[in-house]
Design a protein around this ligand. Structure first.
Ligand SMILES: CC(C)(COP(=O)(O)OP(=O)(O)OC[C@H]1O[C@@H](n2cnc3c(N)ncnc32)[C@H](O)[C@@H]1OP(=O)(O)O)[C@@H](O)C(=O)NCCC(=O)NCCS
Length: 227
């Protein structure tokens, strides 16, 4: 049985538990190290841990974190701003994060999956695709042949990316988005649920609708302008 340690915790935590269990693993410890989401619709991290139904070591701060022999490490934060926590951890500890792939995902031949990537159930990744470090490919998403997803990006449930497209670093591609083939989406951009992206999109924008149109700047990206 593989032993997992989760660093950072947010709304995606229960989905991560599921993927750990589907791989015959057990969650041994969780380092919270991030405020709970401020959305009043989401349940708190402590409740999510209680729903696990077995004891895990829980601590709030990285100061209490000690890497242990034989553990697999998972980045528990889903938002693109997680790159900061990854950098802090890499600075302080010599650990590498594992890849967490649900057994009911299909990963095609010659696919590159980077460090810390999470692939949820029902996902299909076509041949020769590239998934950058710490990106999450959420439930039933489809990544086309020769497409690239950058680092720290989030591909939402049932999003479809056709062949030979490029998604930049730190993007959010929301649920049900369709991206046509040979499209480039710049870094730190957000595409709204259900949009159909028919043309290239620049860095740091929000785009919505069919066909997707830029509606505003991605304000979340402005505090990260050095990236
Ligand atoms: C991108 C997103 C955050 C919207 O951002 P926003 O700019 O804050 O949108 P707002 O809620 O302020 O709405 C602004 C306007 O756009 C419209 N709008 C919002 N999202 C839209 C969408 N996806 N498609 C079309 N129109 C949308 C709203 O109805 C509103 O219209 P109005 O001005 O006529 O009332 C949202 O569309 C989205 O996709 N969220 C992620 C959902 C998701 O995938 N969740 C699962 C994650 S696992």
């Amino acid at each position: 049985m593989k032993k997992y340690s989760i660093i950072g915790a947010g709304n995606y935590l229960s989905d991560i538990f599921d993927i750990v269990h589907a791989n015959d693993g057990k969650v041994m410890e969780i380092c919270h190290n991030a405020p709970d989401s401020d959305s009043d619709r989401s349940i708190k991290t402590k409740q999510r841990i209680d729903l696990l139904g077995y004891e895990v070591r829980y601590y709030r701060s990285l100061d209490e974190f000690v890497p242990l022999e034989g553990y697999e490490y998972i980045m528990g934060l889903a938002r693109p701003s997680k790159y900061k926590l990854v950098a802090t951890i890499k600075d302080r500890f010599e650990i590498n994060f594992c890849q967490l792939i649900h057994p009911k995902a299909h990963v095609g031949s010659n696919v590159h999956i980077g460090e810390g990537v999470i692939v949820a159930p029902g996902v299909v990744i076509a041949p020769n695709a590239h998934i950058g470090d710490f990106s999450i490919i959420n439930r039933v998403a489809s990544i086309g042949h020769e497409s690239r997803v950058g680092k720290y990006s989030n591909i939402g449930p049932a999003a479809t990316i056709a062949g030979s497209s490029n998604i930049g670093n730190n993007c959010i591609i929301s649920m049900g988005v369709s991206i046509l083939d040979q499209i480039n989406v710049g870094k730190w951009s957000v595409i709204g649920a259900g949009a159909v992206v028919t043309k290239d999109l620049p860095d740091r924008v929000v785009a919505l609708g069919i066909p997707a149109k830029v509606t505003r700047k991605n304000e979340d990206s402005t505090e990260h302008h050095h990236t």
